[in-house]
Design a protein around this ligand. Structure first.
Ligand SMILES: [Mg+2]
Length: 237
């Protein structure tokens, strides 16, 4: 139950600052949805818990190309061609179906907005699937907009997609911050665009040696706390 007052999402004022936010495993618990879908898939006769674990591992946190993942699943479960044909849609639909709105994330977005930040989603993926996720999680009403790599023709970590998001949001990139869980795409991309990043560690060690994340948080609400503290301390990019 969300009880915080909704500050609204009107046109940005000159004082507003852009908060770029990743979607998968930042605003939404994609990993949890994959886990729940995998257990559902593995509950069919002849399948077991090891199959569910295999599915989660094969997904590689969303990094495995979907068509390739479908082929791998078809092979492992010896699916007939007819069953394989609908698997991509089942994979995508199953993930969305298992997403649950997170009131703590919504409250954190509203807390950021109340402090003058304009949340704007910057995500790699297909337009149809990412927009389904945004709506399923109730986030489409909580952010000012989104840029999705497929629609943009650009992908994180390309700094050009960060510039495009700022243009779409109508806010300057040089006062923006980024929150995301991908060291390379989110924090590396932001860094290349001159934007400070807050990395969601998700219990993983920082994987890059080229640079260290400026700030680290263990959840999106925690990242907003970190952001508001940094802003209050007058830290600028
Ligand atoms: Mg992510």
């Amino acid at each position: 139950m969300i009880t915080d007052a909704d500050p609204g999402l009107g046109l940005p004022s000159p004082a507003d600052r852009l908060l770029l936010v990743d979607l998968d495993n930042t605003l939404i618990d994609r990993a949890g949805a994959v886990d729940r879908w995998a257990r559902e898939f593995a509950s069919a006769p002849g399948r077991d818990a090891a199959d569910a674990r295999w599915l989660v591992a094969a997904d590689r946190d969303g990094l495995e190309p979907r068509e390739r993942l479908v082929a791998m699943i078809g092979e492992r479960f010896r699916l007939a061609p007819g069953d394989r044909s609908g698997l991509l849609a089942e994979l995508r639909g199953g993930l969305v179906r298992h997403l649950v709105p997170d009131a703590a994330v919504t409250r954190a977005l509203r807390r950021a907005r109340a402090a003058g930040w304009v949340p704007f989603v910057l995500t790699n993926g297909t337009v149809t699937q990412q927009e389904r996720k945004l709506r399923q999680a109730g986030l489409d009403r909580e952010v000012a907009g989104w840029v999705i790599s497929e629609g943009a023709g650009l992908r994180k970590p390309d700094p050009a997609i960060f510039r495009l998001a700022a243009t779409r949001a109508g806010l300057p990139l040089d006062r923006a911050w980024m929150i995301g869980d991908s060291a390379d795409a989110d924090i590396g991309g932001a860094r290349a665009a001159g934007v400070p990043g807050i990395w969601l560690h998700r219990n993983r060690p920082w994987p890059l040696t080229a640079f260290q994340p400026g700030r680290v948080a263990d959840s999106f609400p925690h990242a907003v706390d970190v952001l508001l503290l940094a802003a209050a301390a007058g830290e600028t990019p």
